[in-house]
Design a protein around this ligand. Structure first.
Ligand SMILES: [Zn+2]
Length: 250
C-alpha cells in the first residue's frame, strides 16, 4: 500500500459503484463446502516471513499479489518482498498473483497503459522464476468497465476490495473481498466468515503486512491466527484464490 488514496468526490464514488455493480465476466460459482482465501497485497516481506509460515502451520496456503516495481524496496507497509521470498512461497505451494507493475490507480490510468502494466508485471514475475499469474488484484480495488472488459484471457479472475461473499452469479472481473485491517476490519471479517460457513460461500480476505506493530493496512499475527482457527472450527477450507475459483467452477 502506498499513501495515495483514490478520489472520494461524488462523481468518482458514483463511477466506482457503477463499475462494481456492472457484471462483466459472469460465472455461477457453487461450493460443496465454504472456502476462505487469504490475500497479501503488494506485498511486504513480513507477509512472506510471518504470514505464510502462520498459514502453513494450519496446512493452509495464501495468495500473494505482487507489484514487481516494489521488489527489494520499501512501501507504506514496510520492506517489500525480494527474490528469496518469492522462491520460498513458490516452493511451499502459495499463489503469486498479479497486482500490476507500478501499482497505479487503474480507474484513472489510461486503459492501454494498464494493460501494459499488467503484462510488464507478468514478465517481471516470470523473470523472477514465477509461473505467469492467473489471478489479479486491482491496486486500491480501483478499476473501470473498459478494463474489466479488456482483461487478458489468461487471467482467470480479478479481485477488488468491495466487501461481499462470492457465491452464485458472480463477476469474475470483480470478486468481492474483506479487509483484515482498519476500524472493525477483523470483527467484520469474522462476521463474514460465519456467514460464509452458513451459506457455503467463498470469502476472500486481504491485508498487506503481518506484524506485531502493523501498519494501518496490516494485520497483527494473533488476529490472522484467530481468523484461521475460526475457519477451521467452522469447517471452512482455506485455499489460494486460483484453487478456490477452480473448485467453485467445477
Ligand atoms: Zn496494493
Amino acid at each position: 500500500m502506498t499513501t495515495y488514496a483514490p478520489p472520494r468526490d461524488p462523481l468518482s464514488k458514483a463511477r466506482r459503484a457503477w463499475t462494481q455493480a456492472r457484471r462483466i465476466a459472469p460465472a455461477r460459482l457453487s461450493f460443496s463446502e465454504p472456502v476462505l482465501s487469504l490475500c497479501f497485497d503488494d506485498f511486504p516481506a513480513s507477509a512472506a516471513t510471518i504470514g505464510a509460515p502462520l498459514l502453513e502451520r494450519y496446512g493452509a496456503r495464501g495468495s500473494f499479489f505482487a507489484s514487481s516495481s516494489f521488489a527489494e524496496g520499501e512501501s507504506g507497509s514496510g520492506r517489500c518482498f525480494g527474490l528469496p521470498d518469492l522462491e520460498r512461497l513458490r516452493n511451499t505451494g502459495h499463489e503469486i498473483g498479479c497486482h500490476t507493475f507500478t501499482h497505479s490507480d487503474c480507474a484513472r490510468q489510461d486503459l492501454f497503459a494498464t494493460l501494459q502494466d499488467i503484462a510488464r508485471n507478468r514478465d517481471a514475475l516470470v523473470a523472477m522464476g514465477c509461473e505467469p499469474p492467473v489471478s489479479l488484484a486491482y491496486p486500491y480495488g480501483e478499476t473501470s468497465i473498459p478494463l474489466k472488459r479488456a482483461l487478458p484471457k489468461r487471467l482467470a479472475c480479478a479481485r477488488g476490495i468491495t466487501a461481499g461473499l462470492n457465491r452464485g452469479l458472480t463477476d469474475l472481473a470483480h470478486l468481492r473481498a474483506y479487509p483484515l485491517f482498519g476500524r472493525g476490519g477483523i470483527a467484520g471479517a469474522m462476521r463474514a466468515l460465519r456467514q460464509a460457513a452458513r451459506t457455503k460461500a467463498w470469502m476472500i480476505a486481504f491485508t498487506h503486512d503481518v506484524s506485531t506493530t502493523p501498519s494501518p493496512w496490516g494485520t497483527h499475527p494473533d488476529e490472522l491466527e484467530a481468523l484461521i482457527v475460526m475457519a477451521r472450527q467452522l469447517g471452512v477450507t482455506i485455499l489460494p484464490v486460483r484453487d478456490a475459483l477452480a473448485r467453485g467452477r467445477a
